[in-house]
Design a protein around this ligand. Structure first.
Ligand SMILES: Nc1ncnc2c1ncn2[C@@H]1O[C@H](COP(=O)(O)OP(=O)(O)OP(=O)(O)O)[C@@H](O)[C@H]1O
Ligand SMILES: [Mg+2]
Length: 248
C-alpha cells in the first residue's frame, strides 16, 4: 500500500494557545482513504485541537497539515470545510431550524435545487435510521440525544464528503444506545467507503471502531497502531495505565 496519498495528515504539527502549554507538541498523524483513525486520550490531551487543524478551524504554528495531498493553507477554507463532514459533540444542530433544514445546510450552500435537496435529506434520514415522515419537520429540541446525534451524522454526510471528522459523536448516550450507534456507524462507514478521523476518550469505543488508534497524551501521540495491537501490547506507562483503568 506504499505510495498512497493519505486522505489527511499532520506532519510535526505544533500548536500553542496564548498562555497555555503546547496543545499539540510536534504531532504526526495520517489517515488513509477508507480508513477510520481514532484519536484516543484523556481530557485536554489535544484531540479536538488536532482534529480542528484538519478543517483549519485551528491553524498550526509549525508543521504541515494536508488534506487529499494538499496543504490546508493552500485550500480555500470554505471549499475545504464543505469537502469535510464535521460532527461535533451534542451534534451541534441549529436549534431554530428543522431537522431537514439542518441536514440540508451544506446542499443549500452548494446551490442544489429544492427538490434535489429534499430527496437527499429524506434519503439521509433513512440512512441514519430516522423516519423522515416523523423527524424531517421536527426541531432539534424535540429529539432525544441519540436522535440528535443521528441527525448530526446525516448533516455531515449531506454533500457526500470523502472525509468525516467526528468529535465525541457518541458521547452522552446510555451504553446500550451508544453501542448500537457505534455498530451501525461502523457498518455505514465501511459500506460508504468514508475516511474518518474520530475523537474519543472512551477506550472500548476506540478499540471497537478504530482501524488504527493514536493514543494522545499532553499534546503528543504516545502510541499509534492497529486497534488489536494497542490492546495486546500497550506501551508501559501512560497507555498501559489508561487501558487498564478503562477495561475490565
Ligand atoms: N481556544 C483555546 N484557547 C486556549 N487554550 C485552548 C484552546 N483550545 C484548547 N485549548 C487548550 O489546549 C489543550 C488541548 O485542548 P483540546 O480541546 O484539544 O483537548 P481534548 O483532548 O479535546 O480534551 P477533551 O477530551 O476535554 O475535549 C487544553 O489544555 C486546552 O485548555
Ligand atoms: Mg475535545
Amino acid at each position: 500500500m506504499g505510495g498512497l496519498v493519505p486522505a489527511a495528515a499532520l506532519i510535526e504539527v505544533t500548536k500553542q494557545f496564548p498562555g497555555a502549554v503546547a496543545a499539540l507538541d510536534r504531532i504526526s498523524l495520517s489517515v488513509l482513504e477508507g480508513e477510520m483513525l481514532v484519536l484516543l486520550g484523556t481530557s485536554g490531551s489535544g484531540k479536538t485541537t488536532a482534529l480542528k487543524t484538519i478543517n483549519r478551524l485551528v491553524r498550526a504554528d509549525r508543521g504541515q497539515v494536508t488534506v487529499l495531498g494538499r496543504d490546508v493553507e493552500s485550500w480555500d477554507p470554505i471549499v475545504l470545510r464543505r469537502s469535510i463532514g464535521y460532527v461535533i459533540q451534542e451534534a451541534g444542530l441549529l436549534p431554530h431550524l428543522t431537522v431537514a433544514e439542518n441536514v440540508g445546510i451544506v446542499p443549500r450552500l452548494l446551490g442544489w435545487d429544492p427538490s434535489r435537496r429534499q430527496a437527499r435529506t429524506r434519503a439521509l434520514l433513512e440512512l441514519v435510521g430516522l423516519d423522515p415522515d416523523r423527524f424531517a419537520a421536527a426541531l432539534p429540541r424535540q429529539l432525544s440525544g441519540g436522535e440528535r446525534q443521528r441527525a448530526g451524522l446525516a448533516r455531515a454526510l449531506a454533500a457526500d464528503p470523502p472525509l468525516l471528522l467526528m468529535d465525541e459523536p457518541f458521547g452522552a448516550l446510555d451504553p446500550l444506545t451508544r453501542r448500537r450507534l457505534q455498530d451501525e456507524f461502523k457498518a455505514l462507514q465501511q459500506r460508504l467507503g468514508k475516511t474518518v478521523v474520530l475523537v474519543t476518550h472512551d477506550v472500548p469505543e476506540a478499540l471497537r471502531l478504530g482501524d488504527r488508534v493514536a493514543v494522545m497524551h499532553a499534546g503528543r501521540v504516545v502510541q499509534e497502531g492497529p486497534a488489536a495491537e494497542i490492546r495486546a501490547q500497550p506501551q508501559a506507562g501512560f497507555v498501559r495505565d489508561f487501558l487498564a483503568a478503562a477495561l475490565p
